[in-house]
Design a protein around this ligand. Structure first.
Ligand SMILES: [Zn+2]
Ligand SMILES: [Zn+2]
Length: 106
């Protein structure tokens, strides 16, 4: 029983962390639920991920600052994804939070 709870907590924690990383919550919930050690792996990834200040390099999957135009790890040019902010209507780069009104971008 308590073992089940630990697994459940691992899954929930995984989902929470994954959510902050813009990853699939359900997948990480299941991964961490069935393989709790994966949670450590998830935690081991850079802590900087939270807060919408970072983005993931599509080429090497490492985390870079959302303002970077080139990946500092693999040196590739990062595509700038422009999205329309649902809050202020401005076109702003990327995921995370709107640089103008700080609203969360979906
Ligand atoms: Zn890279
Ligand atoms: Zn905005």
């Amino acid at each position: 029983m308590s073992r089940f709870l630990i697994f459940l907590l691992a899954g929930l924690a995984g989902a929470l962390i994954a959510d902050k990383k813009g990853r699939d919550k359900l997948i990480w919930f299941l991964l961490c639920f069935f393989f709790p050690p994966l949670l450590l792996l998830l935690l081991f990834l850079p802590l900087k991920l939270a807060g919408g200040k970072t983005k993931q390099c599509p080429f090497c999957s490492r985390v870079v600052s959302s303002g970077d135009t080139t990946c500092k790890y693999c040196k590739k040019e990062l595509p700038i994804e422009m999205v329309q902010c649902p809050g202020c209507g401005s076109f702003v780069p990327g995921k995370g939070y709107c640089i103008k009104c700080n609203r969360e971008l979906k």
